[in-house]
Write a protein that binds this ligand. Structure first.
Ligand code: FES
Length: 134
């Protein structure tokens, strides 16, 4: 279980983890949603159970690869106070911001505490590439 805002001490901060620049998918093969799909890197750039920051078009995103192999993507900056969400901890249910430990649900982006929701983005693997639609 991941500690959340209400039951754990403040986590130490660390430098953001760099990703690679995004490349728009030329053929328009969508990962889902109504936005524009962008190749942001390789699935292997994100270790299982961790997140990494990338840029999709002009949007900074945080992509997570859960230990079950599923992928999730959010805005890179926490809506509470700009914390680096790519450095957060996650499980199958929530992403926990490393700054003040608010938790955000993967299902809808809603915060389990008092912070505004995070924006979620469709993300998929295509031949080993990470494709985020923003
Ligand atoms: S910046 Fe405060 S919980 Fe993320």
């Amino acid at each position: 279980m991941i500690a959340t805002h209400s039951d754990a001490p403040e986590a130490p901060t660390s430098a953001p983890k760099a990703g690679t620049p995004a490349t728009e998918v030329a053929d328009g093969a969508a990962a889902g949603g109504a936005g524009v799909p962008h190749v942001v890197g390789r699935v292997d750039d994100v270790p299982p159970g961790e997140g990494r920051a990338f840029v999709a078009g002009d949007v900074q995103v945080a992509v997570f690869r859960l230990r079950d192999g599923s992928l999730h993507a959010t805005q890179a900056a926490c809506p509470h106070s700009g914390g680096p969400l790519a450095d957060g901890q996650t499980d199958a249910s929530v992403l926990v911001c490393p700054l003040h430990l608010y938790a955000f649900r993967w299902t809808d982006g809603a915060c389990t505490g008092a912070a505004p929701p995070v924006q979620l983005f469709p993300v998929a693997e295509q031949d080993g590439a990470l494709v985020v639609t923003v």
